[in-house]
Every structure is written in C-alpha cells, then in structure tokens.
Write a protein that binds this ligand. Structure first.
Ligand code: DX5
Ligand code: ZN
Length: 225
C-alpha cells in the first residue's frame, strides 16, 4: 500500500499550443496523465503515440497512459514503444485482458485495468492479482471538466476490500472531477493516485493547485491507514 499519495495532472486540459511550458508548470507532480481517446470507445479524439514520444522527451516524470480506445490489445504496443511508463486499458474495451497485461509488463511498464462508472468492481476479480494499478473512473470518460460521481466512493471501498481478500495490493487511481475539495474523502475511501485535469490546468498557479490536492489527499490517506 502506498504511504504517500501521487498526483497525476491530465494534460488533456493543458494548452496544446504550448505543451512544453505546460509540462514544465506541473513538474512538482508525480506522473503525467496522458488521455488517449479514439472517437470510438469514447466520443472524442485526443492524441496518440507520436505526441507521447514528444512528451517523453520533454519531461522526467513517468507518463501514465490512459487508453480510452477500442481493442487496446491491438494498439498497446505503439504506446509501449513510445515510452509509456504505466498503461491502463478499459475492462469494457478488451477481450483478452490477461494477454494485454502480460504484453504491457513484458516491456517493463506497469499495467492497469480501468472500469467505467457503470462497471462493477467484481468485474476485476479474476485479474486483481495481475495488475499493478486499477483506475476507477469517477466520470464517464471522454471529456475533462465533468462533475465527480459520488457513488465512486462506494466502489473505492469495495475495491480495497476485494483486493485485500485476494491478497492483492494494486495502486488505486481515480480519474474525473477531482480537486482539493474532494480529494480527502476520495483518498479516505481508498484511492492513492489522483488524476486532476481542469483543477490543475484551470489554476493560474499549477504548483499551488497540485500542492493543495496533495495535502487534502494525504490527509485522507493518513486517516485510512
Ligand atoms: C476523462 C479523462 C480524464 C479527464 C480528467 O475522460 O480520462 O483524465 O481529463 O479531467 P478532470 O479532472 O477535469 O475531470
Ligand atoms: Zn484519464
């Protein structure tokens, strides 16, 4: 179990015309969250492996690649080749989850499975011992700036319980509608890695926004431990 929370700003909310300085502005974070959307699995398009290689050259932080794409098993290699440090794929989008996890891990990256708000935690039971991370979506994926879905708190609690029952201890990441105002209760419910898009990039002082989320989340984690 992580004893310190990790903050992963989503560059989906960055100004793409100045991505270099936007990356520089979040260097106090722990990960860069890289949201890949294909216009099929989600109704929006973002960026792919070409931009990922450029981002990797411009930052020292590990890049956490969130694949919101159909058939991730057929596309994942391109993101591994581009230097992804963590790759998460949607449980709803794939057929051969364990094969995809093996492929990701064999390249030396960390592997994670993602569940949408409408997918139950029990869907992950047969792969909970194989993943390094579970990402629990707290909005329906596709867009930044949406409101946190409160039922996510129950899912985080049941995921922690289910993982413990299986002797598994994956990082638990939460994504969507996270900010300093709710990070404490979200951490208390079970999350230890916090994606934040609009709450970081919408702030003039990104380092302060990251520090505020970190402080709130750490308070929740400390209460849970
Ligand atoms: C949603 C993406 C998120 C999103 C988070 O589809 O996976 O990572 O950019 O943005 P906020 O923090 O604004 O909800
Ligand atoms: Zn994401």
């Amino acid at each position: 179990m992580l004893s310190e929370v990790r903050i992963a700003p989503s560059i989906l909310s960055a100004d793409f015309l100045k991505l270099g300085s936007e990356l520089e502005s979040i260097k106090t974070a722990d990960y860069i969250h890289f949201d890949v959307m294909d216009g099929m699995f989600v109704p929006n398009l973002s960026f792919g492996p070409g931009i990922l290689s450029q981002v990797k050259k411009a930052t020292d932080l590990p890049v956490d690649v969130h694949l919101m794409i159909a058939e991730p098993d057929r596309r994942v290699q391109a993101y591994l080749d581009a230097g992804a440090d963590i790759v998460t794929f949607h449980y709803e989008a794939q057929t051969h989850a364990l094969r995809t996890i093996d492929l990701i891990k064999s390249s030396g990256a960390k592997a994670g499975a993602v569940i949408n708000p409408g997918t139950p935690v029990c869907a992950l039971e047969s792969l909970i011992n194989d993943v390094d991370m579970v990402l629990v979506m707290s909005v329906n994926p596709g867009f930044g700036g949406q409101s946190f879905i409160a039922r996510t708190l129950d899912k985080l609690r049941s995921l922690r319980k289910m993982a413990a029952e299986h002797g598994a201890d994956p990082m638990i990441e939460v994504d969507g509608g996270i900010g300093a105002g709710n990070a404490e209760e979200v951490a208390y419910a079970g999350a230890d890695v916090f994606v934040a898009g609009s709450s970081v990039f919408g702030a003039a002082d990104r380092a302060a926004a990251i520090a505020d989320i970190r402080k709130a989340a750490q308070a929740g984690l400390n209460r849970r431990m």
